[in-house]
Design a protein around this ligand. Sequence first.
Ligand SMILES: Nc1ncnc2c1ncn2[C@@H]1O[C@H](COP(=O)(O)OP(=O)(O)OP(=O)(O)O)[C@@H](O)[C@H]1O
Ligand SMILES: [Mg+2]
Length: 401
Amino acid sequence: MEASRNWRIAATVAAYAAPMNSATPPGPDSGLSVERAQLSLGGQPILRDVSLRVARGEFVALLGPSGCGKTTLMRVVAGIQRADSGRVRIGGRDVTAAHPAERDVAMVFQSYALYPHLTVAQNIAVPLTMTRLNGLQRMPLLGGMMPGSRAARAGIQADVARGAGPLGLSHLLDRKPGQLSGGQRQRVALARAVIRAPGAFLMDEPLSNLDAALRVTTRREIVEVHRRVGAATLYVTHDQSEALTMADRIAVMQAGEILQIATPEVIYRDPVDLRVASFIGSPRINLLAAMAGESGEVRVAGHPTPLRSFARGPVTLAIRPEDWVMDAEGLPARVEHAEFLGDHTLVHLRIAEAPVVLRTGTGLRVTVGESLRLGFAPERALLFGADGRRIPAELREPARA
Ligand SMILES: Nc1ncnc2c1ncn2[C@@H]1O[C@H](COP(=O)(O)OP(=O)(O)OP(=O)(O)O)[C@@H](O)[C@H]1O
Ligand SMILES: [Mg+2]
């Protein structure tokens, strides 16, 4: 009986979830795609059947906690690591077996990977010297005397100067990486990646070593470079505000699995999985144990709510902190603690022993120990089954049988 109920829930959720994830617009052969990549390292599954598509001109943020496999996936796309199975396509070509240099990708690594013996200017220039100078022209001393070398080198130098300016590196061009701070090294790595126009940008937490102010300006810089070049950009971060502000779509990854790929709004408002709902949003979404009765009515500790569930039995009701409203018919709650944060206040309460947070503007005054009744607009509430998958909620009585 349990199995058949789970199956029914799974079937309705799958039918419901499919259209949300297929909002993907990418063209048939542009950008980059990973199809069904699997990888185990040391007997541990690291990538579990990962599929992902980034259209040309699209910016996709790969968001997930530490150790979930983000860097590994980037390495597979870049060709530094081979997956056990699955395919990688870039710019319409199957590059699954191609060498990294043949993939037309520029990657910014989490660890900057700069050449320690080259200056900042020379480091930034590497991708250009590889493409614009031939083998003879690249030679250390004689190279400069080869025909065409002087003009090509002057062009490279001008491009490096132009690329270094917006990232605040102009005064550091003659230094070696060892003479730079972590944040400065990271910006050199970024400048080196964006100096040419590849088919795909892979960026692995390129802002992790920058201070807060520089991070905000560099974010904008990266988005502008992405727009200018029109490449497919895959951008790893574990910072949700970075993902929400920069990306066209967000891929939420956990434990080697991509749980959902969708626009920031859909990820926030319409998560298909409890793990996605809990990972996005600060403060975290409120979770309440609830029960869906025979006719689907959802109750919390016996109190009715305006929701009806398609599934029966125990469910998790999830409400964002900003979605609570005062409602005389609502769930009984007790105020435990309030944090004034200038433009808003976070009120910590308990509903039937479960801790919940309410985010409010400056209007509401509450006192510790006070009892309130909290309601919510049914279309703002999310329901999840015991397996963590989203359950569709009916908002109204069904129109007809
Ligand atoms: N060579 C290896 N052998 C065995 N396990 C590995 C190897 N390389 C990575 N792992 C494991 O694979 C998992 C994913 O690592 P990965 O570096 O991709 O995570 P991540 O999502 O980039 O994390 P972070 O946010 O901390 O950078 C981790 O649990 C890591 O310990
Ligand atoms: Mg990583």
